[in-house]
Design a protein around this ligand. Structure first.
Ligand SMILES: Cc1cc2nc3c(=O)[nH]c(=O)nc-3n(C[C@H](O)[C@H](O)[C@H](O)COP(=O)(O)O)c2cc1C
Length: 226
């Protein structure tokens, strides 16, 4: 069983999974533990759909890919990525993406393979469970606190999963097609999709799962005032 520090340091995004299902009681335990995430005023703004039904996942993924094929770039409730990328974030994004493509020996100009890799998001990287996290639109109407709370909830899910040897990949790619997900799942009108997290057992033979993007140093990200 990993310590909290081990879980924090050992977790990394996995992008290839076996077809082994997560037992329901383990999934419930992970989500129950994540429910202990603190939130402002104990609002607990996360509204989670935990989907392990293969047909439902296929329907959502197919609907997103069909939308992309129509030339639609996003159909979303919230804008996740910066509209204007500035440094150092722009550079980190480029380095992280380039490192992954280098590992997978995908040429910078190989648009077809890169698109295929993006589509893999909507095939859930072969995982059998995906959680879709929504919040009430009223929570994010001229307020951002629910984003903070639901972001913390995301990390709680991924860390709790580590205890059971369950791996994960957070997905902003579904955020970009949040309205397609909502339509596919026929969620109530008051809900807006924030993100999804793929959960499952990593394919240990998959090269892509060895990717460990660099993290910035403590000095670069923290200002200590003693
Ligand atoms: C909110 C959020 C959205 C993300 N969206 C995607 C995604 O759509 N597809 C993907 O492959 N990885 C996605 N990632 C994973 C990041 O690329 C990854 O966390 C980052 O490169 C650091 O790598 P690590 O998770 O292995 O530490 C996302 C991560 C976060 C936190």
């Amino acid at each position: 069983m990993p310590t909290v520090l081990e879980a924090l340091k050992n977790r990394s995004s996995k992008r290839a999974y076996t077809n082994e299902k997560i037992p329901k009681e383990i999934l419930e335990e992970i989500l129950q533990a994540a429910g202990h995430t603190p939130s402002g005023a104990n609002m607990q703004p996360w509204v989670t759909y935990a989907i392990s039904n293969a047909q439902t996942l296929k329907n959502i993924g197919d609907a997103i890919i069909a939308k992309m094929n129509e030339g639609v770039v996003h159909d979303q409730f919230i804008q996740y990525y910066p509209v204007k990328w500035t440094n150092p974030y722009k550079k980190r994004r480029i380095v992280t993406g380039a490192g992954l493509y280098k590992l997978m020996e995908v040429d910078r100009k190989d648009d077809a393979t890169r698109l295929q890799m993006w589509h893999d998001n909507f095939k859930w990287f072969g995982a059998q469970t995906v959680i879709f996290v929504f919040t009430d639109k009223a929570n994010i109407d001229e307020a951002q606190g629910a984003f903070i709370d639901c972001g913390a909830y995301m990390q709680s899910v991924m860390l709790a999963a580590q205890e059971f040897g369950v791996d994960s990949c957070p997905q902003g790619s579904t955020t970009e097609f949040g309205k397609v997900v909502a339509q596919s799942l026929q969620t109530p009108d008051n809900l807006a999709l924030l993100y999804s997290v793929v959960l499952g057992y990593e394919d240990k033979d998959a090269k892509i799962n060895s990717y460990q993007p660099e993290k910035v140093s403590l000095e670069e990200s923290v200002t200590f005032i003693d």
